[in-house]
Write a protein that binds this ligand. Sequence first.
Ligand code: ZN
Length: 334
Amino acid sequence: MFFKGDRKSIELMVNAFDFFTKASGLMMNRSKSNFYCNGLAEHLIKGIEDETGMHRGTVPFKYLGINVSPKRLSVLDCTCLVDKVVDRIRGMGARKLSYAGRVVLIRSVLSTLHSYWARIFVIPKTVIKRIESMCKGFLWHGNEQNEGPALVSWDSICQPIKQGGLGIRKLHEWNIAALGKYVWWIEQKADHLWVKWVHAVDIKGKDWKDYEPTINSSWAWWKICQVRTVLRQVLYGRNGPGGSYSATQGYKFLVPEGEKVSWYPWIRTGWIIPRHRFLIWLVAQQRLLTQDRLQKMGIVQTNVCFLCGVEEESHEHLFFRCVYSERCWALVAT
Ligand SMILES: [Zn+2]
């Protein structure tokens, strides 16, 4: 909203603020709200403060802990994001949690990032790599230091459960898919102040589908245009969204689902407790640290099964061939 800086403009702004508050049904606390202006005389700014009860804000300001600015976000700007992940991981007695418990916590941490930050900011790749590395370290080693081998790759973990993963979403791809919403709004000329602004100031009547930003365009605007290019096929292709676009559609395009795994029914069963479900998930992929794998990694000298003390300990042997296991199965079956 532009202000000429006279008394009438101030009254207009107060009326507009009241209208918005009533129309949106939001309870807004004026003393906690800021207004932003440029080039106004100090006495007029004071007048706005007195009339509205709001304070003058300065740019950049923080939203969700991050500086809101059209400039490129730096790694330093995102420190709060990384700190939040570390706090959550350290604060939950992570080391004491089972693998299944850690997966629940990772889902919770990432879903917060997916729901808020990734829908608003272009999160730098370095920050995303750091956050995902911490999640990997937490899952496999119980702390944010990602030192040591992972039993299953992050790419596999990020597949849907039917496709053999844990249904965790990749942050970078989700970030692009979520920002695709803005591209869609522009395409639809949605009734949104920001959309009206970019049509009036940046696009200026050109065809948005083929619009190219200029050298004077902001970094954030370049990024939105890049998102449109990356998602062009899903936004404008033959299999496009038609009357709507959702981040989930964009994500499925960026991270295609693999084949459904044959062992999905093993982990689908409802009565398995989560801890056992995770172990079955590892067994199905032959990723338990059995003696034969540990020997190949050079961690142990012998590959002999601890249960029978005779044969090589592999997944096949441990669960189906070992005489000790056979006795256990027989007891369970009786
Ligand atoms: Zn054995």
